[in-house]
Write a protein that binds this ligand. Structure first.
Ligand code: ZN
Length: 278
């Protein structure tokens, strides 16, 4: 069933586990993720990038995601990832999304608070909870995971949460988006301090490529939503590249790529501990 961001993260808090958030792009990636979630009996967040809202890819894909969510008896949240602004957020609400992220993290603190608070108020009219970002999470290709002056500060996080009303907070604690050149080292102590200061579910972006032991420590310290995009894309696309090109039936061709996504999602659900909690 389709549930809100706040409801699904409440489950994570209650059980002290982390809900996986997978970026999906098409029928096959949705299928792979949902098969894994059903097998593991795990709540799951299906999210799409703001870009897909801008370029029209969300058209049709949204109905598909809502359909899969409706037919499942697992809690499924349909979430906007890195919402660029009001236009994308309003469109996403119209597409039926039950969670919204607004990313104003490149702005100075005061402006980030104003921008995020505006989106929280907007979404509140339709009862949809919002994820904000404080401390900019950059790109692994640029080595941004080790830019420590961008790390989220616990006291600023407390202020950000109380002044914006966000339901979840994405934090910069040593991860980045994309493929890491060397293994990331998460600031686990900082996660624990931000958690204590804010008392809300924390979100880790750039989950692809983070070693399992660090993922487990991050969850123990208070991470309740973890995003996986890059490695899911790679699993899908690599399986397409390796596929026998003489297969003409698209459904038959797609069997392996779907299985590759499912396998990746199963592994992550297992590490996060969100399976079998319902
Ligand atoms: Zn992100």
């Amino acid at each position: 069933m389709l549930v809100g961001l706040r409801e699904i993260l409440d489950i994570a808090e209650k059980e002290s586990v982390c809900i996986p958030a997978f970026n999906v792009y098409n029928l096959e990636t949705v299928k792979g993720v949902m098969r894994a979630a059903e097998k593991m009996r795990s709540p799951v967040i299906l999210q799409i990038y703001s870009r897909l809202v801008t370029n029209g890819a969300a058209e049709g894909l949204s109905e598909l995601i809502c359909g899969f969510a409706d037919r499942s008896n697992l809690p499924v949240c349909f979430h906007l990832d890195h919402g660029a602004g009001e236009k994308e957020v309003v469109r996403s609400l119209r597409y039926g999304m039950t969670g919204i992220m607004i990313d104003a993290s490149t702005l100075p603190l005061e402006e980030n608070i104003v921008a995020t608070r505006g989106i929280v108020r907007l979404c509140d009219h339709v009862g949809v909870a919002v994820e904000g970002e404080l401390g900019h999470i950059g790109k692994a290709a640029d080595g941004d995971e080790s830019v420590t002056h961008e790390y989220t500060r616990p006291e600023e996080a407390a202020r950000f949460v109380s002044e914006t009303g966000v339901a979840a907070l994405a934090v910069m604690v040593g991860t980045a988006h994309g493929k890491y050149k060397k293994l990331p080292v998460l600031d686990i102590d900082r996660i624990a301090r931000i958690k204590k200061a804010t008392a809300i579910p924390l979100v880790l972006h750039g989950g692809s490529g983070v070693p399992d032991d660090q993922i487990r420590s991050a969850v123990a310290a208070g991470i309740r939503k973890m995003n996986f995009s890059t490695d899911l894309c790679c699993a899908f696309l690599d399986a397409c590249r390796l596929r026998d090109k003489s297969i003409v039936g698209i459904d038959l061709f797609m069997e392996e790529p779907i299985r590759a996504v499912e396998k990746f999602a199963l592994e992550k659900i297992d590490v996060l501990g969100s399976g079998g909690i319902l």
